[in-house]
Ligand binder design. Structure first.
Ligand SMILES: C[S@@+](CC[C@H](N)C(=O)[O-])C[C@H]1O[C@@H](n2cnc3c(N)ncnc32)[C@H](O)[C@@H]1O
Length: 263
């Protein structure tokens, strides 16, 4: 949940991008940044959000053409890491994934690049605004891989808990539900990545992780995948069917028993 001390404002850059329309939630923010903790910038590189004092160029944007992300797309496969956790190594045909905790959309982009149809749900209006801006630019990206992946992604603003309740037992239920919530820290870590650090500063931590898992287990047709820090215990509730640990991420996978052949 967002910290009580969060104070947002918006600055429109004077580099020609100021005339671009701002997402409505951002457009309503004050222009007076005297007491702000975080600033939205509208500039030539797109919409960016950062703590007060950080230059626009270093603030966080959703950039699906970021070189590190393009490298991740080139090196991701269906038989490893996220692709394997979602079951792409065992499944033919398109897999429908609901990414219920979209964040900056990086994992969703990888899944769409691997051929999944991905619906992204994000409840924070601020993170949703960054994502929406990133989608707008990615539709005209010069990289075919980015344009193709984004064409398989659909962004929705809302709380996943409501959507999961509505999907349980329905014919629209996705094959896989992916959860990557913000876990409260166990101990202070200086090594938080820049973008995750921003999300933590703006959003705080997610306190509804166990509820999300319960709802996801009732709604997924084939499996639920939870990305969690390697040093954390499993989420309260049923034990995962199996876990996958890699250098970059740890996944707990809950296979729906009626689809156990997909494991
Ligand atoms: C750690 S980030 C996800 C990062 C993402 N996997 C990526 O690759 O960029 C978690 C995000 O989930 C969102 N979130 C948490 N609980 C949610 C819920 N119940 N409904 C929708 N979004 C939620 C938070 O607002 C936050 O943006």
């Amino acid at each position: 949940m967002p910290s009580d001390s969060l104070q947002l404002c918006v600055c429109e850059g004077d580099d020609g991008a100021a005339s671009l329309p701002l997402p409505s939630a951002v457009a309503r923010l004050p222009r007076d940044c005297a007491h702000a903790t975080h600033v939205f910038w509208q500039g030539a590189l797109g919409l960016a959000l950062g703590p007060v004092g950080l230059p626009y160029a270093q603030a966080t944007r959703v950039d699906f053409s970021d070189p590190a992300l393009l490298y991740r797309l080139r090196t991701s496969g269906k038989r490893q890491g996220l692709g394997k956790a979602v079951g792409l190594d065992k499944t033919k045909g398109p897999v429908r994934v609901l990414d219920a905790t979209a964040g900056l959309g990086r994992d969703a982009l990888v899944l769409a690049h691997l051929g999944c149809e991905v619906e992204l749900l994000e409840r924070s209006p601020w993170v949703h605004a960054l994502l929406d801006d990133g989608f707008r630019r990615a539709r005209n990206a010069k990289e075919d891989s980015v344009r193709n992946a984004v064409s398989r992604m659909r962004l929705v603003h809302g709380d996943a808990r409501e959507r999961l309740r509505a999907l349980a037992g329905s014919t629209a239920a996705p094959d896989v539900i992916y959860l990557d919530p913000m876990f409260p820290p166990r101990r202070k870590s200086a090594a938080v990545k820049k973008h995750i650090g921003l999300l933590q500063g703006v959003l705080g931590f997610d306190d509804d992780i166990a509820e999300l898992l319960t709802l996801a287990l009732a709604a997924a047709r084939r499996r639920v995948v939870v990305k969690r820090p390697p040093d954390r215990a499993e989420i309260a509730g049923p034990l995962p069917s199996f876990t996958l640990s890699g250098k970059a991420a740890h996944f707990s996978v809950y296979v729906n028993s009626s689809f156990s052949s997909t494991r």
